[in-house]
Design a protein around this ligand. Structure first.
Ligand SMILES: Nc1ncnc2c1ncn2[C@@H]1O[C@H](COP(=O)(O)OP(=O)(O)OP(=O)(O)O)[C@@H](O)[C@H]1O
Ligand SMILES: [Mg+2]
Length: 284
């Protein structure tokens, strides 16, 4: 069942209907003004007061068109960094400006609204296995629908329409009624991508989306995330082990080593010397 896409809308391109309070036009306005969507300034994080500092003063900017790779050895702080951005980990110092608004001290209610604007795609997909593909995708609207309505599956018709369109876009329209655990790894990650887009995000945080997948499927999943990010005009920060995939798909790269930024720039300018610094070893 192929769902028709909506016709082009002025200024919005060929996009799905707008559901949230803030809009894609915010991203366009920020882009036209040459402003960063996300500014991270001197970010520091540690998990316990007496424990080691994990992020040691990280700064970078994400602009509207950016698809960032965050690379670095295991334990460098890549996941900690992206979790600080939606405050799953609380930074100990520094600032994070999202659409020019400082978010490290937002109170709980506003944090909930912020999280609605930031989609996440996870390494282990984080689907609810016993639920259908459709319900997993609809759960991306939880931040909007409220728990009670979603418990009774009272999703507005436009949410259902949007979920179907997204499932069509990620190639799963024939699987909407299947249980999530009946899908392959690559298909499960496609559900994860559709779920993240369902919340109409203004920023996508992606943590090792391909680590659980074989090389061919990994490439397909990265291509899909990139295509969707482009199409929905969502800037993206993507943790990734595989430098080859980073070089293939990401226009910019941040290289972390032991909580310190060793590289930040266009991926095409990254050279062997940069990689040696990031991985603290000789790269063949
Ligand atoms: N919940 C936690 N409590 C305490 N320490 C943690 C916690 N999560 C991560 N760490 C520590 O923080 C450091 C950075 O971990 P993080 O997961 O951010 O690294 P990473 O670069 O994402 O690594 P990987 O490539 O293995 O995913 C590691 O030393 C890790 O042990
Ligand atoms: Mg990690």
């Amino acid at each position: 069942m192929a769902m028709p896409l909506l016709p082009d809308r002025p200024g919005g391109g060929n996009v799905l209907p707008r559901l949230a309070g803030t809009s894609r036009s915010d991203i366009v306005a920020w882009k036209d003004a040459g402003m960063a969507i996300l500014e991270v300034r001197n970010l520091r994080a540690r998990y316990t007061v007496s424990g080691p500092e994990i992020l040691k003063g990280i700064s970078f900017n994400v602009e509207a068109d950016d698809f960032f790779a965050i690379i670095g050895p295991s334990g460098a702080g890549k996941s900690t960094l992206i979790r600080c951005i939606n405050r799953l980990v609380e930074p100990t110092a520094g600032e994070i400006l999202f659409f020019d608004r400082e978010i490290t001290k937002l109170p709980r209610r506003e944090l909930r609204l912020l999280r609605r604007d930031i989609g996440m795609i996870f390494q282990e997909f984080n689907l609810i296995d016993r639920m259908s593909v459709m319900d997993n995708v609809l759960s991306g609207r939880l931040g909007y629908t409220g728990t009670l309505r979603s418990l009774f599956r009272l999703f507005p018709r436009e949410d259902i329409q949007r979920a179907l369109e997204l499932l069509d876009r990620v190639g799963l329209i024939d699987h909407v009624d299947k249980r999530a655990d009946a899908l392959s790894g690559g298909q499960r990650q496609r559900v994860g991508i559709a779920r993240a887009l369902m919340q109409d995000p203004k920023l996508l945080l992606v943590d090792e989306p391909t680590s659980a997948l074989d090389p061919k499927i990994s490439r397909e999943v990265m291509a899909l995330i990139k295509q969707m990010a482009n199409e929905f005009k969502v800037p993206c920060l993507c943790n990734i082990h595989d430098v080859q995939l980073a070089m293939e798909f990401c226009n910019k790269t941040i290289g972390l080593q032991d909580g310190i930024k060793m590289f930040d720039g266009p991926t095409e300018t990254m050279n062997k010397g940069n990689l040696e610094k990031i991985y603290a070893m000789e790269v063949l």
